[in-house]
Design a protein around this ligand. Structure first.
Ligand code: FAD
Ligand code: NAP
Length: 581
């Protein structure tokens, strides 16, 4: 795999006692630093990468860009920031999102709290001191009353150990650890393994450079055109003239971002009307295509109609019927994370692009010359592993996190992640997770999820300071109930039915558990508010004064808005699986 240069030497930091230690300087870590400082807490953040931005620092592959409109895939905590930053495209490319993250770090003077090129390797809770001791791979050893994990859900690259990889004479890249200076594929025979979002974004661009491109596909994916384009300045001005209104509409949506949504059932319309509706939503492009009908992710028959529409689009785009058939998924539409593309399917019409099915005969091995499948060598000069991530828990697994009684988080999560509200883990006091398993995280616009979590955490810490509490720990019974609830809600959705990274099925040997909370962002926020307003219901606070007294609402004020029941899916309501209505 391509190597990054060694970082400049520095003196390790030892012995400093902070209020909080933050892991990661992606959008989660950055906002955590801002929020904690606003409430008067000291913090140190460690970031394994050589810069801020997290996902957008690491994923520099050709074509990387967001697939939620940039005007919404951005922080909402500062009206000034919203006004001064101008996105240039509907879906900003990676360099622009990186520039934004760097702007935020400078604009809010966050860099001085961050140590880059530094990986946290262990964190241990000291019961007597009620503090976390955190150690890094650069020799740092510091303590924090609180330990906050902003390590990312899609930050631990999945590198399948194909036999013979070391023998391959060319470079092997992973999309999630792309070389900082980019890669030029001009004149090369390139192999791409995988057909998820990263592959689907990068394949059309790599195809333009490469002499020959071979794509190794295990499972075909649905993809909707992005119709990406420069943003019309008039439209941007209109949004900025009332940005809070757009943010409020976004917060009220199950996905945490706003797009036109039709709650009616796909089965209530006749075939012609449905076709018109799908065409209209297809023309809007991207993830909002799923807004065409309200039951697409809940009713298999309804889903079949959109799946067939999407397959017909593949057949129309791909000239060779055999290739089109191979590229056509037969699983539930939107079950795996929906992809958003620019010219992906059309790329296969190029004579120098070929598709190799590895669903039945998997990749056998690498040789010096290329990749062997079903006994046939595919000669290659470079390979791109677009093989995704050890999603949701992979970056937690890499840190030795030791809670009460010497239990490690890895042990506790052996059969799948267990959290209370996705924010905390029983037995790991004063430890908070930002947008991790058990919260809407990857099923919502993630910056919204991050901000809501951080605000809740910061308010909780401030409350503990108000009441003189040393520790907060979730009760096991409440954690169990939440885990059960996350799992039962998942059953209502068709999303739980396929082998996706949401359930850990992309990597052999991982427990099959639906990890994100699928009950919808506003419902989840309401539950977090209720828990907080009831004096941190479900938690034990160790304090001299009554800890579970009504807390003061500080940063969470903007999330304390009435729940709009209209936006909750009728299927969720009918199943009576929504906890707060
Ligand atoms: P990350 O951005 O992953 O940052 C976590 C950071 O923690 C990383 O920089 C990592 O180096 C660091 N870290 C981890 N472990 C350690 C350790 N032990 N020590 C020190 N540092 C550590 N979401 C959307 O909502 N919309 C999108 O359009 C979208 N597009 C995406 C495109 C790609 C290619 C990918 C991979 C993800 C995308 N996502 C998208 C999800 C994206 O991850 C989130 O939107 C968001 O950027 C997550 O921010 P974060 O800070 O939580 O995590
Ligand atoms: P991914 O969706 O997990 O896709 C990985 C691909 O590699 C899949 O096609 C998978 O096949 C294949 N694969 C894995 N191991 C393999 C093996 N041993 N042999 C052959 N094929 C193998 O990962 P990703 O594309 O990096 O995307 C991850 C997530 O990041 C997305 O779902 C999305 O949330 C986010 N993302 C967003 C964007 C965006 O548009 N903004 C772009 C990139 C990523 P199987 O399906 O059979 O497992």
């Amino acid at each position: 795999m391509a190597k990054t240069p060694d970082p400049a030497p520095r003196t390790p930091e030892t012995g400093t006692a902070y209020d909080a230690i933050v892991v990661g300087a992606g959008f989660a870590g950055l906002y955590a630093l801002y929020a904690l400082r606003r409430l008067g807490f000291t913090a140190r953040a460690f970031e394994a990468g050589g810069g801020v931005g997290g996902t957008w620092y690491w994923n520099r592959y050709p074509g990387a860009r967001c697939d939620i409109d940039s005007l919404q895939y951005s922080y909402s905590f500062s009206e000034e920031l919203d006004q001064e930053w101008t996105w240039t495209e509907r879906y900003a490319p990676q360099p622009e999102i990186m520039a934004y993250a760097n702007h935020v770090a400078d604009r809010f003077d966050l860099r001085r709290h961050i140590r880059l090129d530094t990986r946290v390797v262990s964190a241990t809770f000291d019961e007597a001191e009620a503090r976390w001791t955190v150690e890094t791979d650069r020799g740092d050893r510091v303590t924090g009353r609180f330990f906050i994990l902003g390590v990312g859900c899609l930050s631990a690259a999945n590198r399948p150990p194909f036999p013979g990889m070391d023998d391959f004479k060319g470079p092997i890249y992973h999309t999630g650890e792309w070389p900082q200076d980019g890669v030029d594929f001009t004149g090369l025979r390139v192999g791409v393994i995988g057909t998820g979002s990263s592959a689907i974004q990068s394949i059309p661009i790599i195809a333009r450079q490469a002499k020959a491109l071979t794509v190794f596909q295990r499972t075909p994916n649905y993809s909707v055109p992005a119709w990406n384009a420069p943003l019309d300045p008039e439209y941007v001005r209109a949004v900025k003239s009332d940005y809070p209104a757009l943010r409020a509409k976004a917060r009220a949506r199950p996905t945490g971002f706003y797009f036109p949504f039709n709650a009616a059932s796909a089965l209530s319309a006749g075939p012609e009307e449905r076709e018109r509706q799908y065409e209209e939503f297809w023309a809007r492009g991207g993830l909002p295509f799923l807004g065409a009908y309200g039951d697409l992710l809940f009713d298999r028959q309804a889903n079949d109609t959109i799946a067939e529409f999407a397959r017909a689009k593949i057949r129309a785009a791909v000239e060779d019927p055999a290739t089109a058939a191979l590229l056509s998924p037969d699983n539930v539409f939107g079950c795996k994370r929906l992809c958003v593309d620019t010219g992906y399917f059309e790329t296969y019409n190029n004579p120098h692009v070929s598709l190799v099915d590895v669903s039945k005969a998997p990749i056998e091995r690498f040789t010096a010359e290329g990749i062997v499948v079903a006994g046939r060598l595919h000669p290659l000069d470079a390979v791109v592993c677009a093989t995704g991530f050890a999603a949701m828990t992979g970056s937690f697994d890499k840190i030795r996190i030791v809670g009460r009684g010497g239990t490690t988080l890895k042990e506790k999560w052996q059969a799948g992640p267990r959290t209370y509200l996705g924010l905390t883990v029983a037995g790991f006091p004063n430890m908070f997770i930002i947008a991790g398993p058990g919260s809407p995280s990857v099923l919502a616009s993630m910056i919204q999820s991050i901000e809501q979590h951080v605000d809740w955490i910061a308010d909780c810490m401030a409350h503990m300071r108000d009441v003189g509490a040393r520790t907060i720990d979730a009760r096991v019974e409440d954690e169990d109930r939440w885990v059960e609830h996350v799992s039962e809600v998942a059953q209502v959705s068709l999303r739980s039915t396929c082998s996706s990274w949401y359930v850990g099925a992309n990597i052999p040997g991982r427990p099959r558990v639906f990890m994100p909370y699928i009950g919808g962002f506003p419902v989840y926020v309401q539950r977090c508010n209720e828990v907080m307003d009831a004096g941190y219901e479900g938690f034990v606070l160790d304090s001299a004064r009554p800890g579970n007294a009504p807390p003061k609402v500080r940063l969470t004020e903007r999330w304390h808005v009435p729940l709009d029941v209209e936006v909750i899916s009728p299927a969720m309501l009918a199943a009576r699986r929504v906890p707060v209505v």
